[in-house]
Design a protein around this ligand. Structure first.
Ligand code: INI
Length: 169
């Protein structure tokens, strides 16, 4: 059986993030999991790519459904000022319940984030976990009990620096 590297292979480029301005918008739903993802992204950007902590703005919203609007309004507000963002990371955790709520939110949020990114010209990293149970969410924030646990926030931080540097005008 052929084996392959599951998940993203980091770029070999040594991106310099020292002049990047990053916005992280995260939810307060499933907060302990979200907090671990935010930490993974932030620590990766500062330690691996020299992004300055003072250049990372962090804002929170109630739930994932609010992420696209918050990203849109914060990008718009920043463009009015001198400091606008090179890249945005939207972070949330959706966990399937016993109704269809999960499906509707997941679809709306992914479409909404893509639309805001293309309309604004600012890359937005899709950092919303869409999990079928608690264990899946914990694992993907590096908090589970399984060996396979991995904090996806790390991948999102790397992706943000790559997209931010490429978008840096
Ligand atoms: O971020 C989440 N929001 C959730 N719902 C709230 C939603 O995102 C909005 O905040 C709410 O509908 C108000 O607009 C979730 N669930 O319902 O399960 C969830 O798992 N994660």
């Amino acid at each position: 059986m052929t084996t392959f590297t599951k998940g993203v292979t980091p770029s070999t480029e040594k991106y310099d993030g020292s002049s990047l301005r990053v916005l992280i918008v995260h939810t307060r739903w499933n907060y302990e999991i979200v907090e671990a993802l935010v930490r993974g992204a932030t620590e990766t950007m500062t330690s691996e790519y020299n992004v300055k902590a003072e250049n990372i703005s962090v804002q929170s919203v109630s739930g994932s459904y609010e992420l696209p609007f918050a990203a849109q309004s914060l990008i718009k507000a920043s463009k009015m000022g001198t400091q606008w963002f090179n890249v945005v990371i939207c972070i949330g955790v959706l966990i399937k319940g016993s109704t269809m709520h999960f499906e509707y939110i997941a679809e709306a949020v992914s479409q909404g984030i893509m639309r805001v990114s293309l309309d604004s010209g600012v890359p937005i990293v899709f950092g919303v976990l869409t999990c079928l149970d608690d264990e899946q969410a914990l694992e993907r924030a590096g908090l589970g009990n399984k060996e396979s646990k991995h904090n996806h926030g790390i991948d999102w931080g790397r992706c943000a620096v790559e997209m931010g540097v490429k978008n840096h005008k």
